[in-house]
Write a protein that binds this ligand. Structure first.
Ligand SMILES: C[S@@+](CC[C@H](N)C(=O)[O-])C[C@H]1O[C@@H](n2cnc3c(N)ncnc32)[C@H](O)[C@@H]1O
Length: 258
């Protein structure tokens, strides 16, 4: 750590010891995301405002697709009574919780993280917001999930994710408040930042866990690589990159029409 300790008091007068560069959100212990308050500690990434766009996209897609059909064995279609969503790399649980609190329809959300410490914080946030639709799973991407069953009943409707996407060589140059305090496992994305996305695409393919819609947050420099990799893994799908409010490329949407 670069700086020495400082002493800070919270609103209730409790003493918080921290470092000079420690983000105020960690000192305070909470952050607002999608108009909800989330507990944060240095075990989880501090949710960023641009990530709210992912939640918007999920809610918009559900409004535009009020009926989800899936084929029965006898080739008739059945209308599903809930949406099934997977949030990969849930961290504080901000995306999954915000979806559950704002979706006006029944849903099952599986929120995955490789970090047990992060899942403990997510659990507290789910409890605080009285969310019962979200199930937490400690898992490396989709590795322990079963492949798509013959009936297709475990096909997710949406996979939403904000995986780590910072190229490793940029980590040392990040603002110290990020570099020295936010969990490395939430930041590092391999040599070009896209390693985890490639692995996730590969597992989706391998297990045939292809949703109707994939939504992933990317770095502003990754528009081209994101579109290229999406095309490579899913040539029949339609992909687009959307910009954030600062007009920077921020999310990749992959629509599967099959
Ligand atoms: C950029 S943070 C996003 C956290 C939260 N979803 C958000 O948007 O604020 C990425 C998260 O992915 C998790 N993660 C990293 N590698 C993973 C892996 N191989 N499998 C599952 N989760 C992983 C990290 O622990 C971290 O919580």
């Amino acid at each position: 750590m670069r700086n020495g300790p400082v002493t800070v008091f919270d609103k209730e007068g409790n003493l918080i010891r921290g470092q000079i560069d420690m983000p105020p959100q960690y000192l305070r212990g909470w952050v607002e995301f999608y108009k909800l308050k989330f507990k944060v500690t240095p075990d989880v990434l501090i949710p960023r405002p641009e990530t709210e766009l992912l939640v918007d996209e999920v809610l918009n897609w559900v409004s535009a697709n009020p009926k989800i059909k899936y084929p029965l064995k006898d080739h008739r279609d059945q209308v599903k009574d809930h949406y099934s969503i997977i949030d990969v790399g849930t961290g504080s649980g901000c995306i999954a919780t915000s979806i559950a609190k704002n979706l006006k329809r029944r849903c099952h959300i599986m929120a995955i993280d490789i970090s047990k410490a992060a899942l403990d914080i997510a659990q507290e946030n789910l409890k605080k917001h009285r969310v019962s639709e979200v199930f937490l799973l400690e898992c490396d991407l989709l590795s322990t999930l079963s492949p798509l069953t013959k009936s297709g009943s475990n096909r997710p409707d949406i996979i939403v994710t904000n995986l780590p996407y910072i190229p490793n060589h940029r980590i040392d140059y990040l603002d110290p408040s990020v570099r020295d305090f936010e969990p490395r496992i939430a930041l590092q994305g391999g040599p070009d930042g896209f390693d985890l996305y490639r692995r996730l695409f590969s597992e989706m393919k391998e297990k045939n866990l292809i949703p109707k819609l994939f939504i992933g947050e990317i770095d502003e420099t990754q528009e081209e690589i994101a579109l290229q990799e999406a095309k490579k893994y899913f040539p029949e799908a339609k992909s687009e990159v959307k910009k954030d409010l600062a007009k920077k490329p921020r999310i990749i949407l992959i629509r599967f029409t099959f």
